[in-house]
Design a protein around this ligand. Structure first.
Ligand SMILES: C[S@@+](CC[C@H](N)C(=O)[O-])C[C@H]1O[C@@H](n2cnc3c(N)ncnc32)[C@H](O)[C@@H]1O
Length: 248
């Protein structure tokens, strides 16, 4: 079921994204964090989706460029008047159309979006492309799971993800610890029928991300457990990491 199409996640989830994930994290805290790190350059949101973070970024005074491969996601993003001042581009994160030296202030991959790229090579290419597009004091910011709790966890799981009087969503996963991938299906059951919503994550551990960054001429400058700056330690299951151009 390995997905290679950049738009497959969006096609799976666009119509339910805001309802299911609209409150997944604190958009205001995320935007405040990014506004402090983008200097005079724009925030480039990689995988902008329905624009969950965009109004908060605009409210911080940031110029916003949002990239997404999914037309279904971008259609919803455009339809929200609160996003009208963002510049939206349809493109694949695996082949970012960024001119070297274009002067991005902060590029952000929020909510595991980097891990929607299904191979470590594709993720490393994103680091390379962003590294060449950052302004000198710019930053690539990655919010992601660490994967630490996955390696020794179950190889498969089935559980109830959501349930109310009209909808049951079952979540099934298959984990491959060697490939560092999780295939998932959200199986949505309503009176209208059953809808399968497949997804795939290729997780990369924080030390592996740091290596990718180094290969792209970037260096880790900050790492927290969340957007509020909580301390990151070996118990943390997710992280917010900031990479900047290494001083030559
Ligand atoms: C988990 S959602 C995150 C959306 C938004 N950034 C947020 O925080 O709510 C991931 C987004 O990345 C997009 N995406 C996934 N793989 C992509 C790819 N290869 N190229 C471009 N966009 C991609 C999906 O369409 C989706 O909108």
């Amino acid at each position: 079921m390995q997905s290679t199409s950049g738009s497959s996640y969006g096609e799976s989830f666009a119509d339910v994204y805001d309802r299911w994930y609209g409150e997944i994290s604190d958009a205001t805290a995320t935007a405040a964090f990014l506004a402090k790190r983008c200097g005079a350059g724009p925030v480039l949101e990689l995988g902008v989706g329905t624009g969950r973070l965009v109004p908060a970024l605009l409210a911080q005074g940031c110029a916003v460029i949002g990239i997404d491969a999914s037309e279904a996601m971008l259609t919803r993003c455009r339809a929200n008047q609160a996003n009208r001042n963002a510049h939206l581009v349809q493109a694949d994160l695996a082949a970012l159309p960024l001119r070297p030296g274009v002067g991005v202030g902060a590029a952000v991959c929020a909510f595991n979006t980097l891990f929607n790229l299904p191979t470590k090579e594709a993720q490393a290419n994103l680091f390379q492309a962003v590294g060449q597009a950052l302004e000198p004091a710019g930053a690539l910011v990655v919010e992601a799971i660490t994967g630490a709790d996955l390696v020794d966890g179950p190889r498969s799981s089935v559980g109830v993800s959501r349930m109310d009087r009209t909808e049951l969503v079952l979540s099934a996963t298959l984990l491959d610890a060697e490939d560092q991938t999780i295939q998932g299906q959200h199986v949505q059951i309503t009176e209208a029928g059953i809808r399968m919503r497949p997804w795939l994550l290729r997780w990369t551990t924080p030390p592996q991300l740091d290596e990718m960054a180094e290969a792209a001429g970037l260096v880790l400058t900050e790492r927290y457990a969340d957007w509020d700056g909580a301390v990151f330690d070996e118990e943390s299951t997710s992280h917010v990491s900031v990479y900047q151009l290494a001083k030559s």
